[in-house]
Design a protein around this ligand. Structure first.
Ligand SMILES: [Zn+2]
Length: 192
């Protein structure tokens, strides 16, 4: 990685200028539509110390990046493109049959099971009974994968997160809270 971040400036109908780093370490600057280039540049210059500090932190994290499969660290990977392909095929091999198995065991009827590239959610269940799972899920421990599958399966009966929904989940997996929490607190590690 280079020593200065790439900067992306986006203008829109907003009142003030702001900036933040995205997941890839690109500095995203959001500016009001009529702000002049020199004003934007001087804003960036003024915040140089903040930018440097945060950019170094991101770089450090990327350099120490660990790749997981079922919560075990994997280190022999080369390019990001192949890496995603690898995880997707592993996810297909494991999550799809596991989902079928659990569905059968607990009497759920569903349509397609898909592995997606979703980065902000682990899974989803559509009104057409299609189940989607992010390939990233394969990085998590198998109990957490089971929890997520059960979570989505229960949406086939309850399309909400109400008490009835959670009662369905708990009936199948009484200790589900441990795994739900794990995905919430450690989930950030399961990215490429
Ligand atoms: Zn849900």
């Amino acid at each position: 990685m280079q020593s200065k971040p790439n900067i992306q400036i986006t203008k829109s109908w907003r009142k003030s200028i702001s900036m933040s780093f995205d997941k890839k370490g690109v500095l995203q600057v959001k500016a009001p539509k009529f702000m002049l280039s020199w004003q934007i540049e001087s804003f960036i210059e003024k915040n140089e110390a903040w930018i440097e500090k945060h950019y170094n932190k991101i770089r450090e994290r990327q350099e120490n990046k660990k790749y997981y499969l079922f919560w075990k660290e994997q280190i022999d990977f080369e390019s990001l493109k192949d890496l995603q392909k690898y995880y997707k095929s592993e996810a297909k091999k494991y999550i799809v049959p596991r989902c079928r198995e659990l569905a059968e065991k607990y009497w759920f009827t569903h349509e397609w099971i898909r592995i997606t590239s979703a980065s902000t959610r682990w899974g989803s269940c559509s009104s057409k009974k299609t189940l989607n799972f992010s390939y990233r899920l394969i990085m998590a421990p198998s109990e957490s994968i089971d929890y997520l599958i059960i979570h989505e399966l229960c949406h086939l009966r309850q399309m909400n997160h109400g008490p009835r929904f959670w009662a369905e989940v708990a009936a199948i997996m009484p200790n589900y809270k441990i795994f739900e929490k794990h995905l919430k607190t450690d989930g950030w590690k399961y990215t490429l």
